[in-house]
Design a protein around this ligand. Sequence first.
Ligand code: GDP
Ligand code: MG
Length: 163
Amino acid sequence: PLPVVAIIGRPNVGKSTLFNRLVGKRLALVDDQPGVTRDRREGEATLLGLDFTIVDTAGFEDEDAATLPGRMRMQTQAAVEMADVALFMIDARAGITPLDEEIARWLRSSGGTVVLVANKAEGRAGENGVLESLALGFGDPVQLSAEHGEGVADLFEALRPYI
Ligand code: GDP
Ligand code: MG
């Protein structure tokens, strides 16, 4: 079986944009089971010749803000448990939010392999967010623009040791 990479992060950071870019037309299956895996999408990804299964932990953007953190936590844990690597994505333009810090704590306590990705890093608007992300404790982020396809080689280098 292929190694599994799960994209983790709060809503709107660009998880699905990266998923779509890596999967292209090879979307393998949609997991429509009820519960925490309800919105999980899996696909077969190719990144510069590296093949893996990628999991997009879809968001709860339209749901009750009061229940969002708990539901996200369950979904994050389920994704991390099945993954060889968690790609923890933040929005470099928005900077680090309290929810990002909370997700960082969940990921740290999970003990799994985490690769930090600072998305929306095209141009200079992301520089502050990249610096802020160092405080999350996962080292230098991979700077990426999922929308513009920048940083793909750096993502490859960051993932390769683990998959
Ligand atoms: P998700 O909720 O984490 O899955 O985020 P989406 O993939 O749905 O993207 C949220 C928004 O961010 C959309 O409007 C995307 O077009 C935008 N977005 C995604 N990647 C980038 C990027 O690299 N740069 C910029 N500027 N916007 C992006
Ligand atoms: Mg999404």
